[in-house]
Design a protein around this ligand. Structure first.
Ligand SMILES: Nc1ncnc2c1ncn2[C@@H]1O[C@H](COP(=O)(O)OP(=O)(O)OP(=O)(O)O)[C@@H](O)[C@H]1O
Ligand SMILES: [Mg+2]
Length: 250
């Protein structure tokens, strides 16, 4: 795989009691190449995302971002450097409207939390309105989040992540909980927004159809190790991957 290396894991190990959730993970994430992570349940995919985003510290090994060692940084410091993540279950205030959620996130992110500033006057308001447009949610700006299907909640979560102006965005199963009829449309919107914002994505995904359509590279996780990494064409047709991973999904 070629291209500028945005993030790199070198010899990353982590254990939980007797469980080896990451063992000698060596992988490069290339700028502009969306990377899909696939693998069976419990393989260590979420653990890897947690390590890359600062939520877990490896027992050994290092994480580099833009050439600098970021292994010991906390999530908020990584965010400032350009590494963001979206959550499997969007962390939204469901009783508030979509736009209010974006404005609350903007105020919290700016670390200038001022509960008495009217929503209309939050300085990031224009940017948030623009981001809502980028994820095709302008028409639901005034709807309470509680009324929305999971797909639209995911899109709002992505808009909030994009407000951090990341270079690299980690997404853990971005289509989980989304009705299968809506999955492709939701991922299409996310992929277009990320391209427009020039953000490289790393996403964990169980749906191989989604992987084929949206990934430029695929990495296979198994028992805490990266067993394959390459183009979707090479990896998804590999007999071992079909036997160990794809066979489980169908
Ligand atoms: N905080 C933790 N404490 C103890 N064990 C953990 C912890 N986090 C993960 N594990 C264990 O580490 C292994 C890898 O878990 P992880 O959640 O990374 O897998 P995954 O590939 O994301 O699985 P899934 O596809 O089910 O989401 C599992 O055996 C899990 O039980
Ligand atoms: Mg997981």
């Amino acid at each position: 795989m070629t291209g500028r290396v945005l993030m790199e894991a070198k010899g990353v190990d982590i254990r939980f009691g007797g469980v080896v959730a990451a063992h000698e993970i060596n992988i490069q994430i290339h700028e502009g190449h969306n990377l899909a992570i696939i693998g069976p349940n419990g393989a260590g995919k979420t653990t890897f995302l947690n390590i890359c985003t600062g939520y877990l510290k490896p027992h050994s090994g290092q994480i580099f971002f833009d050439g600098a060692d970021v292994t010991k940084l906390q999530p908020r410091h990584l965010v400032r450097k350009g590494v963001a993540r979206a959550f499997q279950i969007p962390q939204l205030f469901t009783e508030h409207t979509v736009l209010e959620n974006l404005l609350i996130a903007a105020a919290a992110q700016s670390r200038r939390w001022a509960p008495f500033v009217p929503m209309q006057r939050i300085p990031e308001r224009d940017m948030m309105v623009e981001l809502l447009g980028m994820v095709k949610c302008s028409h639901i700006a005034d709807r309470p989040v509680s009324e929305l299907p999971e797909g639209q909640r995911k899109l709002i979560d992505i808009a909030i992540a994009l407000a951090l102006k990341p270079k690299l965005l980690f997404m853990d199963e971005p289509t989980s909980g989304v009705a299968s009829s809506e999955k492709f449309e939701v991922l299409d919107i996310i992929a277009n927004a990320l391209t427009e914002a020039k953000v490289t994505a790393v996403f964990v995904e169980h749906d191989i159809g989604i992987v084929e359509r949206f990934a430029d590279e695929v990495a296979v996780w198994n028992r805490g190790e990266v067993t394959f990494h390459g183009t979707p064409g090479d990896i998804l047709s590999h007999p071992d991957v079909i036997r160990d991973v794809i066979g489980e999904e169908v």
